[in-house]
Design a protein around this ligand. Structure first.
Ligand code: ATP
Ligand code: RIB
Length: 315
């Protein structure tokens, strides 16, 4: 049987600059490197899932919207390369958006401004047109780079069809999330910043992460997977079991941008294949562990054989 991860989300072009520090307002700073590439959390996660599933007979299907422009072509090219089924994604008259990514050349950490553009015109009604495709999925995955009512409609349709739902509440919301979003999610995957904002609690160590995860469950989410950067991921199951799944060292860290996307895409792929929760989290950590050793976001997503080799080496 062919299983499917359905991803509802954003595409934007990533315009990435490396420098020794952030510029101050009014300052012009000489950087050391520049790259233009495909990004957007939804698309990055779709690429990660498709590469992880390649050759398994399962697939990743992506719903978004693009402008009819050069940035939109970047999207089509990476989806074709990764084997993402983007047949539902249409062009529109609004320009494709972009993300300005500033990367610290020493640590690989980043600061991002995103203007989502075309994908932000995706409406709940347009998501409804994909109802049959959503209902035929094995796993549904979405994030917060689309209008919240569009995200919510996707989660509702998946839940009504009995499809397990994953919400990556990224980027960190600037307003309180509608209660329904967490309640509609079988797996919520925040990073530390997002967990702190959603729970209203500090998340600076493992004990605080556990408390924040419990608070998110109290707000309606079922299973919480709180990603902790180089520490790995904390899993709090709906039954209340806590496990810290360690990260993987796949080599020197080059750029962490997209690590969360690699994790989500890899995790969703493994879940769609029927892997148990903790194995799927381990698969997500391995996917992300490789992605941070490479520059770029979508282009840094590893192939299935690379993920399997890392998992084998570490076991
Ligand atoms: P980003 O915003 O940079 O895309 P994020 O903040 O959403 O990422 P993180 O919690 O930083 O997400 O990382 C997600 C996962 O990526 C972690 O759970 C871990 O498995 C992996 N990861 C992140 N940083 C590292 C690292 N330095 N070394 C190995 N694995 C890492
Ligand atoms: O998660 C990383 C992504 O966030 C980047 O690709 C950028 O496009 C922003 O949306």
């Amino acid at each position: 049987m062919s299983n499917k991860v359905f991803i509802l989300g954003s595409f934007v072009a990533d315009v990435a600059f490396r420098s020794s520090r952030l510029p101050a307002w009014g300052e012009t700073l000489m950087g050391s490197n520049f790259a233009l590439g495909p990004g957007g959390k939804g698309s990055n996660q779709a690429v990660a899932a498709a590469r992880a599933l390649a050759g398994s007979g399962h697939k990743a299907q992506f719903l978004s919207k693009l402008g009819d422009d050069a940035f939109g072509k970047l999207a089509r090219d990476i989806w074709e390369d990764a084997g993402v089924d983007a047949s539902l994604t249409r062009n529109c008259i609004v320009a494709t958006g972009a993300a300005a990514i500033l990367i610290d050349e020493k640590s690989g950490e980043n600061a991002i401004i995103i203007v989502p553009g075309a994908c932000f015109t995706l409406t709940p009604a347009e998501v409804e047109e994909a109802t049959d495709d959503i209902r035929s999925a094995t796993v549904f995955l979405t994030q917060l780079e689309l209008p919240l009512n569009t995200v919510e409609r996707g989660l509702e349709l998946a839940r009504a069809g009995g499809v397990p739902t994953i919400l990556n509440p990224a980027p960190a919301p600037t307003h309180p999330l509608p209660d329904a979003l967490l309640a509609l999610s079988d797996y919520v995957i925040p990073n530390e910043t997002e967990a702190a904002i959603l729970s209203g609690l500090p998340v600076e160590n493992l004990e605080q992460a556990k408390a924040a995860a419990k608070k998110l469950q109290a707000l309606g989410a079922r299973n919480i997977i709180l990603t902790l950067g180089s520490q790995g991921a904390l899993v709090l199951t709906a039954e209340g079991t806590e496990t810290l799944v360690p990260s993987f060292n796949a080599g020197p860290v080059v750029e962490t941008t997209g690590a969360g996307d690699a994790f989500c895409g890899g995790f969703a792929a493994a879940l769609a294949e029927g892997q148990p929760l903790l194995e799927a989290v381990r698969f997500g950590c391995a996917t992300a562990g490789i992605s941070v050793t490479r520059p770029g976001t979508a282009p840094s997503m590893p192939k299935r054989a690379e993920i399997e080799a890392l998992l084998k080496k570490a076991s």
